[in-house]
Design a protein around this ligand. Structure first.
Ligand code: NAD
Length: 492
């Protein structure tokens, strides 16, 4: 695979990728039309996949239900754990292939894609260990009663996956669902279908019985909508935008289907005067320019105390200007945006901001791969101090755009951090432990990072407050989405 990189970048090599769904343990054709998948680094088609129809969705759900009733919920938990553990191993054995495909599909730098694949393997490793530890309770009802609870799998779960972290988002939902004993139908985003398809196949190779994990591709409006509205789906884990999440919730309500919504973010990185500015510089750069800012938990608002603002922002601008951009397979510091449509959306935010008089400290333009003149790139961009009611502070841009806000003191920084419709994560840089924990207490967000942005891993529950959604993925808490409690009371 790695010897083909230059040909893949030039578009002169092709990959052997499936163009059908993965249902009941096999790739297969359907009646759905084929859709083009684009290499964002070139802005050119590199493969095709199927736009799943309502009957494809029905077939996937029926197979999942059948596998649930006949096999998976009866499979010994220890055996489930062994299969998930084997899946983790196989994902790592396929690391390079999966990473190259992820880079072509998403655009992200190859080393970031490798990290995502390792993260996906880690999800299966983590949840493999929990399969045989899901226990119920007993209830103290007195001498003449026996009361206990059983943790049962919910049934068939649907997973709607976005395009920014396709394999790791798929894994973080599918692994706990399978660990709990559920069967799965996953639908990746229409711009990044391939890693989830290959994951379905890898799970099958690891020993997962046919039908336990199915992957169907297609658009959100056709395939995704049919999946979440399917009456035989017991739970939907949706990761995506606020608008789509609200529609998913409404659609699920018709069947009283449970939902977990992992939505957008506009997360603050708060820097106090006393912080380690070198560590903060690395943190702020990674927070907004990793994956070209296409991260729900990106640190897209820098809230910085006035005394350190000027010197720090000068260093930050220099660092942003030093970033290399290019095709993801060349492994630059920053790759392209995922689609032309998304590139235009990001550019629109900055064009409007310029017309409102916003000061662009660096970046602010559409660009291309300097080696080829191709692809959907946006310059690393930093915007000078904006008020809280500015669109750049309130709206998720989902691109390499950092907006600065100046704070006068801790309370002001806290107020700015909370003055936003989203509440996904927040970063805090300070050397004062009391300030750090006061802020951690008072910022309304699902996860707080202190002195290292993106600290933590699969062990730590993740999810949002406010418009960032509800429910938690990752950690042991994620299992609650895939389990239901049955209480039993006997008079003896
Ligand atoms: P999106 O909402 O457009 O699409 C997400 C997924 O939903 C895709 O698979 C899409 O096909 C599907 N979809 C679209 N319409 C649907 C419908 N009517 N019914 C069912 N499914 C439908 O979001 P996006 O632009 O692909 O992803 C970016 C968004 O995702 C950003 O807002 C980002 O913050 C968010 N996100 C959140 C997290 C998190 O964990 N909180 C992680 C990654 C991305």
């Amino acid at each position: 695979m790695l010897d083909k990189l230059d040909d893949l970048i030039a578009g002169t090599a092709t990959l052997d990728l499936p163009d059908g769904h993965f249902i009941n343990g096999a790739f297969g054709k359907s009646g759905g039309d084929l859709i083009d998948s684009y290499d964002a680094g070139r802005g050119a088609v590199f493969a095709q996949f199927t736009n799943g129809t309502t009957s494809d969705v029905d077939r996937a759900v029926t197979n999942a239900r059948n596998a649930f009733q006949t096999v998976w919920r009866k499979t010994a938990p220890v055996e489930r754990g062994r299969i998930l553990s084997k899946a983790a191993t196989l994902i790592l054995e396929n690391l390079e292939r999966l990473a190259v495909i992820e880079t072509l599909d998403c655009g992200k730098p190859l080393s970031e894609a490798r990290g995502d694949v390792r993260g996906a393997a880690r999800c299966f490793e983590y949840y493999a260990g929990v399969c045989d530890k899901l226990q119920g309770q007993t209830f103290p009802l007195g001498h003449d009663y026996l009361g206990y609870s059983i943790s049962e799998p919910i049934g068939v779960t649907a997973h709607i996956i976005p395009w920014n972290f396709p394999i790791s988002t798929a894994a973080r939902g599918i692994a706990p669902a399978l660990a709990a004993g559920c069967c799965v139908v996953a639908k990746p985003a229409e711009t990044t279908p391939f890693s989830a398809l290959l994951l379905g196949d890898i799970l099958h190779q690891a020993g997962l019985p046919a039908g336990v994990c199915n992957v169907i591709t297609g658009t959100g409006v056709q395939t995704g909508a049919a999946l979440v509205a399917h009456p035989d789906i017991d739970q939907v884990t949706f990761t995506g935008s606020v608008a789509t999440g609200a529609n998913v919730m409404k659609s699920a309500a018709d069947n009283v289907t449970r939902v977990v919504l992992e939505l957008g973010g506009k997360s603050p990185v708060v820097m106090m005067n006393d912080c380690d500015q070198d560590a903060a510089l690395d943190g702020v750069m990674g927070a907004i320019f990793e994956n070209a800012g296409q991260i729900c938990s990106a640190g897209s608002r820098l809230i910085i105390e006035r005394d350190i603002h000027d010197a720090f922002v000068e260093r930050l601008v220099k660092r942003a200007q030093s970033l290399t951009i290019g095709h993801g397979l060349h492994d630059p510091n920053m790759g392209p945006l995922n689609s032309e449509q998304h590139l235009q959306k990001v550019a629109g935010f900055i064009d409007r901001a310029k017309s409102r008089g916003a000061e662009v400290l660096t970046g602010g333009n559409i660009t291309t791969d300097p080696k080829t003149g191709q692809g959907w790139f946006y310059e690393p961009t930093i915007i000078a101090n904006r008020p809280s009611d500015d669109e750049l502070v309130q709206e998720e841009i989902f691109g390499p755009v950092l907006t600065v806000q100046i704070a006068d003191d801790v309370d002001h920084a806290l107020a700015l951090a909370n003055d936003c419709q989203f509440g996904l994560v927040a970063g805090i840089y300070t050397s004062n432990a009391t300030t750090a924990h006061r802020m951690a207490r008072d910022i309304d967000a699902g996860q707080i990072y202190i002195n290292e942005y993106f600290a933590g891993g699969i062990e730590v529950p993740f999810g949002g407050n406010k418009k960032s959604g509800f429910g938690r993925e990752k950690g042991l808490e994620a299992l609650q989405s895939y389990c239901k409690t049955k209480s039993v009371v006997a008079k003896i």
